[in-house]
Design a binder for this molecule. Structure first.
Ligand code: CP
Length: 301
């Protein structure tokens, strides 16, 4: 049973399976299982999917929500309050805190002072473990398996916390092959490569996406994260570097899927949305089920 959810390394096949089994039962659920429980969504960085899906999940289970969507401006952080003090205070008002922050390690810091569970909803370029769970759930639902898959992570792998968290989760499964597809300046971190090596996951780094299109089961596209670059000039060097169009989607093998954590900018053209390979909007819906399952799992223990 988990208290805080800070990083993907907390998960193993058993607890992933338990959460997925619970999520499978929640498709049309609106119940009162969390009546009386209060969730704070404390967001220091913008969000559409994560904040609204957690809030919708809590409301569908009969719980209540208090929220700040721009905590840097609308909370007492703007007066100089530390994250730790904010967490200590919010602890006295709620039963669980969903935290998004721009600094890597923020959720870990929060968990060290919090009596109520902290859920990491994305910490800078660090991790986004609940996104990774919904990504893995999408693969399970759409392909019917996780063991044995060949996945290509594409785009900004230097700043992308979702690919980091999903790589850690994939370390629990068998016969996984990962291709990290990016320009040299946006490569995945050495910590991920070390972890995958230690966990027997086969991986390669390449700039050539075309060579993979008929081999992969999952194309996991990511946005070039403009907000993480130190200058516009640096961002412009990489903008538009891998763009998925309908012709590319049509050339992928049957039953392969195209995923994206969203938001997208121009890295998947709208013409791909109607492709049978495109599952990124379903992926966002699966996030609601996973977050309902996590809230139930943590708050009804
Ligand atoms: N995928 C994801 O984290 O989206 P948001 O930034 O909209 O929450």
């Amino acid at each position: 049973m988990m208290h805080h959810i800070v990083e993907s390394q907390q998960f193993n096949r058993k607890n992933i399976g338990d959460i997925f089994a619970l999520a499978d039962t929640l498709e049309h659920t609106r119940d009162q299982s969390l009546t009386g429980k209060i969730m704070a969504s404390l967001f220091y960085e913008p969000s559409t999917r994560t904040r609204f899906s957690f809030e919708s999940a809590m409301l569908r289970l009969g719980g209540s929500v208090i929220t700040t969507e721009n905590a840097k401006e609308f909370s007492s952080v703007s007066k100089g309050e530390t994250l730790e003090d904010s967490i200590r205070i919010v602890n006295t008002y709620v039963d669980i805190i969903v935290l998004r922050h721009d600094e890597e390690g923020a959720s870990k810091r929060a968990s060290l002072v919090s009596q109520v569970p902290i859920i990491n909803a994305g910490d800078g370029t660090g991790q986004h473990p609940t996104q990774a769970l919904l990504d893995l759930y999408t693969i399970q639902r759409e392909l019917g398996k996780i063991d044995g898959i060949h996945i290509a992570f594409v785009g900004d792998l230097k700043h992308g916390r979702t690919i980091r968290s999903l790589s850690y989760l994939l370390g629990n499964f068998n016969n996984i092959t990962i291709d990290f597809v990016s320009p040299e300046g946006l490569r995945v971190g050495d910590d991920i490569k070390l972890y995958l090596t230690e966990h027997g996951v086969t991986f390669h780094e390449t700039e050539d996406l075309d060579a993979l299109k008929e081999k992969i089961d999952v194309l996991y596209q990511t946005r070039i994260q403009k907000e993480r670059f130190t200058s516009t000039e640096e961002y412009q060097k990489f903008k538009g570097c891998y763009q998925i169009n309908r012709e590319f989607a049509d050339s992928m093998k049957t039953q392969s899927i195209i995923m994206h954590p969203l938001p997208r900018v121009d890295e998947i053209l709208p013409e791909v949305d109607a492709s049978p390979h495109a599952v990124y909007f379903k992926q966002a819906h699966y996030g609601l089920l996973i977050r309902m399952a996590l809230l139930k799992h943590i708050l009804t223990a």
